[in-house]
Every structure is written in C-alpha cells, then in structure tokens.
Design a protein around this ligand. Structure first.
Ligand SMILES: C[S@@+](CC[C@H](N)C(=O)[O-])C[C@H]1O[C@@H](n2cnc3c(N)ncnc32)[C@H](O)[C@@H]1O
Length: 293
C-alpha cells in the first residue's frame, strides 16, 4: 500500500475541465470521482474564496488521502464516502443545486498501483477489483462462479474478442483450479490468445471487463446521468471524462437524448499530444460537456 505522500495521480484534461465547467468565484460544484483530489483542489482554488465543493469517493484508501489533501480548504467542502450514483439523493438532502458536476470515470493510477486489489495485470495480487469494500462480488467470484452464458456476457459487454470461446476456456480452466490471483488470469489470457501480438491490449481489455462488472460501472453511470440534471442549476454544467467506448457511448447518448441537456461538445475534447507525452494514462480520455437548459 502506498503512503499518502507517495500516492500520485495526474489529473486529466484539467484546464479543459475548469473551462468546460466555467468554474467561478462562489459557485457550487460536485466532484463525483474525487480520487486524489487533483480536479477538486483546482476547482476549490478557482472558486475561491467562497465556492463550495461536494466530493464523492467510494474507495476507502483514496477517500482518506483525499480528505487529508483537501484540508487546506476546510469549511468549503464536504467529502462523502459514497457512490456517485447517490449524487442526486445527497444534494437533495443538502437542499442545494450545483453550478457544475464532474465525473472523471474509471480507476486512478493509485488504484492501479497502490492498493493491492488486482486492478493491474502487471502485478501479482489477489483478483479482487472492488473499488469499494461495500461491493459484494470480487473478480475471482465472477470468474469462478458465473455460468458460461453469464461469463460470456461479461466479456461480450467488455468487448473482449472471441468472448464466448474465452469464457468457455475459463470455465474449463476453473475445473482444475479456481482463479484467485491476477497471474492465474494472465496465464489463461496468454494460453487462449497464444500467438497474438497484441497480448497487452487483450490483457487490458479482459481485466477492464471484469472491473466494469465487479464495480457495476455502467449501471452507476447510467443512474448518475439520469439524476444529475435534477440537481443542476439552469445553465449549470456536467463534464464527464470517459476512458473507453462503452462509457463514452452512454454519455453521448444521454447528452443527446435528454431534453434537459444542451450539448456543448459536438465532438469530445481529447488531450493534447503534449499532455499524452507527460501522462500516457490520458491517451484514451474523452471529455464531453453538457449544459442544463
Ligand atoms: C480517474 S479517478 C479520479 C481522479 C481525480 N479526478 C483526480 O484528479 O485525482 C476515478 C476515481 O473515482 C472513484 N470512483 C469510481 N467509481 C466511483 C463511484 N461509482 N462512486 C464514487 N467514486 C468512484 C475511484 O475510486 C477513483 O478514485
């Protein structure tokens, strides 16, 4: 486990998010994915001296670090150890409407490298992948317990090539020994996709498909996208950074089909080559912004 000082995550598209949300003095903002507080700190700074931030971070280790980092702004924020799907409910309880909401989806570098829960195929760790300990099912449960058709669906939805046959292969392998560690899954991917040159991409997509399932990522995003317009002021903005096509499609459709939104980004904003050089994790980021009408 990394210490508070070691934990690092470079905020993606920071300038574009601040401009897109039109952060201004005295505004009320919501960061649904506080992470290591990169965007949150910048929002608090830009909305000084009276702006207020409601932050959500459901990963326990990340929450503790974020709370520590936000301390200089004591009195100007509230941090919830909660799922961002609860933003509408909690803001309603608070009785406030927001000028801007940010969702910076997925995992942070800290979760990938610092919590030992099997998010990265590059480390030998238990196959857990729960961002929050309140979640019931781990990645090894998914691999060991789901039926063939359920597992095939997880891989199909995650856009894993040859999803059905890979699921069948996993079901055969688990009869010999259950999947408990990341290396077990890495070996299965290498054996099934033998000879493919894009093994690292395949590993990434298989791991991502399990992470999406374990953390109900698409369900949570759908709930949040439906509810957030109700807690935005007229003219308030929603900015969403997604990292894969499944999320981006959901965001695009929700922005386009919800009459409460006016889309401000016809095409998604992507990081400059300079940002990608500095922070390769940003390379697949897509930022979409909509305004509450
Ligand atoms: C990409 S990181 C955010 C990084 C952050 N913007 C920063 O600058 O440090 C995403 C964060 O959102 C959290 N997260 C993911 N899904 C969540 C959810 N449904 N509810 C609350 N937090 C979530 C993850 O634990 C992770 O810390």
């Amino acid at each position: 486990m990394q210490t508070e000082k070691q934990a690092h995550h470079e905020p993606v598209l920071l300038k574009e998010v601040l401009e897109g949300l039109d952060v201004k003095e005295g505004g009320v903002y919501v960061d649904g994915t506080v992470g290591l507080a990169g965007h949150s700190l910048a929002i608090l700074e830009r909305s000084s001296p009276t702006g207020f931030l409601y932050g959500f971070e459901w990963n326990e280790e990340t929450y503790d670090i974020a709370l520590e980092r936000l301390k200089p702004y004591e009195g100007r924020f509230k941090l919830y150890k909660e799922n961002f799907a609860k933003i509408p409910e909690i803001l309603n309880q608070e009785g406030v409407l927001a000028d801007g909401v940010l969702l910076d989806l997925g995992v942070s570098s800290f979760l990938l490298e610092g919590v030992g829960r099997g998010f990265s195929f590059k480390r030998d760790e238990p196959l857990d992948m729960r961002m929050s300990q309140t979640l019931g099912i781990t990645a090894s449960d998914v691999l060991n317990r789901l039926s063939l058709s359920e597992l095939a669906k997880v891989f199909e939805e995650g856009e894993v090539p040859k999803a059905f046959f890979f699921a069948k292969f996993i079901c055969e392998q688990r009869k010999r020994a259950p999947f408990t560690r990341t290396v077990d899954l890495v070996q299965a991917v290498k054996a099934f996709y033998k000879g493919r040159r894009d093994l690292n991409d395949l590993l990434a997509v298989v791991f991502q498909s399990l992470r999406i399932k374990v953390n109900k990522e698409l369900e949570n995003l759908e709930i949040a996208l439906k509810g957030i317009p109700s807690i935005l002021k007229k003219g308030g903005r929603l900015a969403v950074i997604s990292f894969h096509s499944l999320e981006d499609r959901l965001v695009k459709l929700s922005f386009r089909n919800d009459p409460r939104f006016k889309v401000l980004t016809k095409k998604p904003i992507t990081p400059s080559p300079e940002e990608v050089r500095r922070n390769p994790r940003a390379r697949s980021a897509k930022l979409r912004i909509a305004e509450r009408v």
